[in-house]
Design a protein around this ligand. Structure first.
Ligand code: BDR
Ligand code: CA
Length: 310
């Protein structure tokens, strides 16, 4: 069975990605956490609580980065608070887990898992790339052996969602994102180019509300909060950013158009966090990134709704 690690800044769509992976044919060997939608301590708590809620009390959680590279503190923006709520989970209160985070840090676990599983390991990063960057900085040779790395982040062909130029995960740590993308390690980028094709709204959420289980009801409440707030009460739905990245990691065939390209990230100025194709990279034959430009969204949405229904 495939081994997978999720690297989460555990907000609502990260929680939905977690639920999705737990319902798929894959072994989630651990979760690493980072700041982003919430502070890192909250990301760790949310992850432990969610794993308990879904009946997976043995999956270890490794706390990672607390702030972006080049900063000593991370502050939640008004936008983040609006989209994910004060607690990151749409203000839905979960029973507190009695479990504790592991002693190892997020980046240490990524390195250890890479050494143990190499090609058999899939890593899905759905928050700022700080943990991954740290792991590459510490032991690039180990991280290079990971079978597949899929990143939810960036917006190559569409505007950003944090600023006109930048998608939130990249915007929250442009230096780390740049480090990862310029490291030459192959990555698949699932950005707003495709995640905006995965808007879900009323119907599936109403169905989850009928769920007999507490976990089902919690999912419905979180998803409802998210779809009402991501685009400020415009009834257009909420984008399944992180679940799509996880789904493509487990089934690459969902990505129907992949653009091979070398990428870099603007690290300062008004366009900080902008992901761009490097000019020399356009002429080089070796490309380390593949950016998803189209997906089979019908298959993804129905698979997602079905998996979470269970
Ligand atoms: C990304 O930013 C976060 O708010 C979401 O969880 C997702 O990972 C979307 O831009
Ligand atoms: Ca996320």
């Amino acid at each position: 069975m495939k081994k997978i690690i999720l690297d989460l800044d555990t907000g609502i769509d990260d929680a939905l990605a977690l639920a999705y992976v737990l319902g798929q044919e894959a072994e989630l060997i651990g979760v690493t956490t980072t700041f982003g939608n919430v502070l890192v301590e909250r990301a760790t708590e949310n992850t432990l609580d969610l794993l308990d809620l879904f009946g997976n009390e043995t999956i270890p959680v490794f706390e990672g980065a607390a702030h972006p590279w080049g900063a000593t503190k991370y502050r939640l923006s008004d936008l983040v608070l609006r989209v994910h709520g004060q607690n990151g989970l749409g203000n839905v209160a979960l029973p507190r887990s009695k479990r504790k985070k592991e002693l190892q840090t997020g980046s240490q676990f990524l390195i250890e898992a890479a050494k143990q599983y190499g090609q058999d390991l899939i890593l899905v990063a759905t928050g700022p790339m700080t943990n991954l960057a740290e792991a590459i900085q510490l032991e690039k040779a180990a991280i290079e052996t990971i079978g597949r790395i899929v990143i939810m982040g960036g917006a190559l062909t569409v505007p950003g969602n944090s600023t006109k130029f930048a998608e939130a995960n990249i915007y929250n740590d442009p230096l780390a994102a740049n480090y990862v993308l310029e490291s030459g390690i192959p990555v698949t980028i699932v950005g707003l180019d495709v995640t905006l094709k995965t808007l879900i709204s009323g119907a599936p959420i109403r169905a989850w509300k009928q769920s007999e289980t507490f976990a089902g009801k919690v999912m419905a409440q979180m998803a409802e909060y998210y779809y009402t707030n991501e685009y400020e009460n415009q009834d257009i739905g909420g984008a399944m950013h992180d679940p799509l990245a996880a789904a493509i990691a487990l089934d690459p065939a969902l990505a129907t158009h992949l653009l091979p390209i070398n990428l870099t990230v603007e690290t300062a100025g008004v366009s900080a966090g902008r992901m761009i194709g490097t000019l020399p990279g356009l002429l080089e034959t070796e490309k380390n990134a593949q950016v998803c430009l189209d997906i089979d969204s019908d298959t993804f949405i129905s698979r997602f709704v079905q998996t979470v229904d269970q």
